[in-house]
Write a protein that binds this ligand. Structure first.
Ligand code: COI
Length: 355
């Protein structure tokens, strides 16, 4: 492990900032990027000295393994600014651990903790003006690793690039989401990479999600690959159901992403004595609960999406519209979480990380 006190990150500043051309009140998720990016290469069996350089195109050989075998993992994190200008992240240790778990599953070398945290800090110090004050205003951070070694044999690379790019962001979905429960396609399988934030997990969802869009739904809720009888996750978010006053979510396994927002919602449910069960949830029970009026809400939880209500779901040509609630669990958890993230509420679990 390298001690961050003994090295400096090389910083090359952008000649001009793009910030004045950005309308922070009208941001489409993930379309605008800040002035700088963090870059660190893995060569000769070790991570080299990291750099922060102006954001811009990469020069990578077309034979780089990432293009052929998808050896790539990523993370999603956010930075927040409070009224006094202090900058915070939310549970970044979780993202650090998860990117290395994802990396291990894809035979990518572990990234050093010091590099990760010092890289984030140096980058956020440079980009602090891109983080705006106000609930819902965030800087989305995208750490990722790609296999850069030029070699088209199907085996792990000997060269990688770890990067962090930043994008000022509002929420991922512009409003309520209509979902379709998967009946044919699967996102992940037992023993696979569903738990990892592997790039290919997302590409594999695009085609079935496009089919869902043609039917008028924005997203697919993935079911277990073996039977399609149990509800797992939405691919861009973990998923929660409220039946009467009980909150339900599927247990983590090797098919489901271990979401930071998911685990924070479960902790808040404990803190506020909201009945909750983490157990397999069948399509049948949710359809029955919808038919007899006991299904009050479905919502997604994720870093990009935060907490996003689901307006309707479809399965086997049955469409269920969900009621609009005054006091929804979705708005309760969103309020509690975002207030902690923006330093507007107590943080009893120490989730806030001052940068
Ligand atoms: C996140 O929530 O940060 C993700 O990585 C999901 C992605 C679809 C934006």
């Amino acid at each position: 492990m390298i001690d961050s006190s003994t090295y400096e990150i090389d910083v090359v500043k952008a000649a001009n900032s793009k910030i004045n051309g950005v309308n922070f009140d009208d941001l489409q998720f993930g379309r605008v990027f800040t002035d700088h990016m963090f870059v660190c290469d893995y060569i000769d069996g070790k991570w080299q000295k990291p750099q922060i350089i102006p954001y811009g195109p990469l020069s990578i050989e077309p034979s780089a393994r990432v293009f052929h075998y998808g050896q790539a993992v990523f993370e999603g994190m956010k930075a927040y600014k409070d009224d006094l200008g202090a900058i915070f992240m939310f549970r970044p240790q979780e993202n650090f651990e998860r990117i290395n778990k994802s990396a291990a599953r894809l035979a990518i070398p572990e990234f050093p903790r010091d590099y990760f945290f010092k890289g984030l800090k140096t980058l956020l110090d440079l980009e602090k003006d891109w983080i705006k004050v106000g609930l819902g205003k965030t800087l989305y951070l995208r750490p990722f690793v790609i296999a850069t070694e030029p070699a088209i044999s199907a085996s792990p690379a000997n060269q990688y690039r770890f990067m962090i790019i930043c994008s000022p962001a509002a929420e991922y979905y512009a409003g309520e989401v209509r979902v379709l429960f998967a009946e044919k396609y699967s996102r992940s399988a037992d023993g696979g990479v569903g738990f990892a934030k592997a790039a290919g997990n997302y590409a594999a969802q695009f085609y079935p999600t496009e089919l869902a869009k043609k039917k008028g739904f924005n997203q697919v809720i993935w079911t277990d690959a073996n039977t399609h009888e149990y509800l797992e996750e939405a691919g861009t978010m973990n998923i929660f159901f409220r039946v009467n006053d009980t909150l339900l979510t599927a247990p983590n396994n090797d098919r489901i992403l271990d979401g930071v927002t998911r685990k924070s919602v479960l902790q808040l449910a404990k803190d506020y004595n909201i009945k909750h069960e983490v157990r397999p949830i069948s399509v049948k029970e949710i359809k029955e609960a919808a038919r007899n009026g006991n299904l009050k809400e479905i919502f997604g939880a994720g870093t990009a999406a935060v907490i996003n209500p689901i307006a309707a779901f479809e399965h086997a040509d049955d469409v269920f519209e969900l009621p609009k609630l005054e006091n929804s669990y979705a708005s309760f958890f969103k309020d509690k979480l975002t207030r902690i993230q923006h330093n507007l509420a107590d943080d009893p679990h120490g989730w806030r990380y001052k940068v």
